[in-house]
Design a protein. Structure first.
Length: 124
């Protein structure tokens, strides 16, 4: 038996947003906080859909670190607030990048995170 408590998700999301709103005001930050839910926390589509639905008023998006997560995020974010982020933070093989670009073509606000590993110099 699986028990789900979407009201707990809603409460935690509201609390998190309120905490960031207070910090933004306290520090005089002059931009907007727009959170993302990492799909790896729960790849259950119902949970991800709830996060998108509950985060709609705040513009919350999703973060995907693998191709399956990216597919889940793409399908769920079609119902998100326009401009909600889809942070593509996975291993960038050809298929992952193609999916991320397809998300952009679908009108999703997909951001491909680029990074590299710093390596020590051989003499260090």
């Amino acid at each position: 038996m699986i028990l789900r408590f979407p009201d707990v998700l809603r409460h935690r999301l509201d609390s998190l947003h309120a905490a960031f709103a207070a910090a933004v005001e306290h520090t005089g930050y002059r931009s907007v906080y727009q959170g993302v839910f990492p799909v790896k926390v729960s790849q259950n589509k119902a949970v991800v859909q709830d996060m998108v639905r509950f985060g709609h008023e705040y513009g919350y998006g999703l973060e995907a670190g693998s191709k399956p997560e990216l597919l889940i995020a793409m399908s769920c974010l079609t119902k998100a607030k326009p401009g909600a982020y889809l942070v593509c933070n996975g291993y960038k093989d050809k298929d992952y990048v193609a999916l991320a670009l397809a998300a952009r073509a679908m009108g999703l606000n997909a951001i491909i995170v680029l990074g590299w590993r710093w390596r020590r110099a051989p003499w260090a």
